[in-house]
Design a protein around this ligand. Structure first.
Ligand code: G6P
Length: 491
């Protein structure tokens, strides 16, 4: 955390993302504050707490407007205000076109290559451009200096860097793309590919999770725009402006001793988790935690559970997967189809192997807060992540952080960015049902000593490569670029 302060040295910091870190909802008992299920928020929020500043986001809660002051600002976190949150209020049409339409029916499937055909409507594109403009206006109006550090988050805002750059040419704009970047052929089907790429190249630094995504991006620019690319330095120059393309693997806040001391013992977590689902104390439990999204490979996970039970009938009645699937973007057809398909598949498996009160696949289509999740992670025998494609995946890192008892096995998709950093997990190809089923069985029967050895190594990695390092490295590169620009301006 000290690193952040050193590199910023009093600079003004603005973050802009679609999703807000705190959602204020009206309930019969007054206003409650909720944390969204979002990898982006999980990662960026601790960084903002550490460096204060302003976070600009789309206001999405029913009471969001009620809590702001005359300047449209609310200080957050509610229990310990350290930074200000400013909202852009979108109309229903803007949200439909920009967020549901272009961002989540177009860019999301385009970048995840999850075999859901992207949809590109001209009307969605118009809203996407308009909302990017509105966010640019808000950020520009919020800046107090002419050279702030602006952290633009994700695929909702590909056009924002260039729009901000036009008005604040001296700003240091760091854009982080939280989802994968596909190869040029795949990206090339987007009718507005050149506009998107130009918009992103307004950034001083453009970050992706992995080197592979950076390479795909550089190849895509090479294919569709006239620029100068310096592979040696990983920079792209467009119209005389240079952008550094670099990988910064995102991570989580690593819990300190005080936070850990508030956690119940793992034995208590084991009992609580099992009692909550009417399972015996010796029942084997794997946990899955995802947004209810077709990219997360939950259907493939269900197939693997089924196959594991076919191969190892002794596990029937003794093992369950508890799957928390937080409903997400449910007004989109593809999400609804997927939710229905998965529910049907789970029913089939439970009908086939379930009995009395026993269900091998327990599906909970609900959002859980971090306190409960910590207990579930600590109480489970294994955690399973089978994304078909994922920028990073922070569930895997959160599970590791919770296991200070040095037990528990992580099963991790080779198509999640995290797989590159966490080779001591059981790495699987989720499309390979047999392999995933075998990994699940291996996890459930793994000797304690081997679990300890693997998790110890995983913990050392995530402890060191925490989210402050992620932000620190980006800011260090930004500070470097700023110093260089100031020197050049004097020449
Ligand atoms: C992914 C995206 C984030 C997004 C999150 C939740 O992690 O990269 O930008 O916040 O999903 O999705 P939602 O659409 O609910 O914000």
């Amino acid at each position: 955390r000290a690193l952040l302060h050193n590199d910023l040295q009093g600079d003004e910091v603005l973050v802009v993302s679609n999703r807000e870190p705190y959602i204020h909802e009206k309930t019969p008992n007054g206003i409650v504050v909720k944390r969204p299920a979002s990898g982006l928020v999980t990662a960026v929020e601790p960084v903002m707490r550490a460096c204060s500043g302003t976070w600009v986001a789309h206001g999405s809660g029913s009471a969001d407007r009620d809590v702001v002051d005359a300047n449209d600002v609310v200080m957050v976190p509610p229990d310990h205000p350290t930074y200000s949150l400013k909202r852009v209020w979108l109309t229903r049409e803007e949200e439909e076109g920009y967020y549901y339409g272009f961002a989540n029916e177009g860019l999301w499937p385009l970048c995840h290559i999850a075999h859901v055909r992207p949809v590109f409507r001209v009307s969605d594109w118009e809203y996407y451009k308009e909302v990017n403009r509105r966010f640019a206006d808000k950020v520009i109006a919020s800046a107090r200096t002419d050279d702030p550090v602006i952290l633009v988050q994700d695929y909702h805002f590909a056009l924002l860097p260039q729009l901000i750059r036009e008005k604040l040419p001296r700003a240091t704009i760091i854009t982080f793309w939280h989802i994968p970047w596909p190869n040029p052929e795949s990206f090339g089907i987007c009718p507005w590919r050149a506009e998107l790429l130009r918009g992103m190249l307004g950034s001083s630094i453009l970050g992706f999770h992995t080197r592979f995504h950076c390479k795909n991006f550089i190849d895509t620019v090479d294919r569709y725009l006239e620029t100068r690319i310096e592979h040696e330095h990983s920079t792209i120059t467009l119209d005389g402006r240079e952008t550094l393309i670099k990988n910064y693997p995102i991570s989580i806040h690593w819990p300190d001793e005080q936070e850990e001391s508030a956690w119940p013992e793992t034995e208590e977590c084991r009992r609580m988790l099992r009692r909550n689902f009417n399972l015996s104390d010796s029942h084997l439990v794997a946990i899955g935690v995802d947004r209810f999204d077709y990219t997360k490979g939950i259907l493939e996970r269900a197939n693997a559970v089924e196959r594991m039970l076919e191969k190892h009938p002794d596990m029937i009645g003794k093992f369950s997967l508890i799957q928390i699937a937080a409903p997400s973007r449910s007004s989109l057809d593809e999400y609804r189809y997927f939710q229905e398909r998965l529910s049907r598949r789970v029913e089939e498996i439970n009908r086939r192997f379930g009995r009395d009160n026993y269900q091998p696949f327990i599906l909970l289509a609900e959002h859980q807060g971090s306190e409960i999740l910590t207990r579930y992670y600590r109480g489970a025998d294994a955690c399973i992540v089978t994304s078909l494609h994922d920028g990073m995946n922070l569930v895997s890192k959160e599970f590791i952080a919770c296991r200070n008892d040095m037990q528990g096995v992580l099963i991790l998709s080779q198509f999640a960015g995290a797989a590159g950093e966490l080779p001591e997990a059981l790495i699987v190809n989720p499309y390979h049902v047999e392999e995933t089923a075998d990994a699940l069985y291996q996890a459930l029967t793994m000797p304690e000593a081997e679990q300890r050895e693997r998790i110890r190594s995983l913990r050392a990695t995530v402890r060191e490569r925490n989210v402050y390092r992620w932000a620190g490295f980006m800011l260090q590169d930004a500070a470097h670029a700023r110093r260089r620009e100031r020197i050049e301006a004097r020449l």
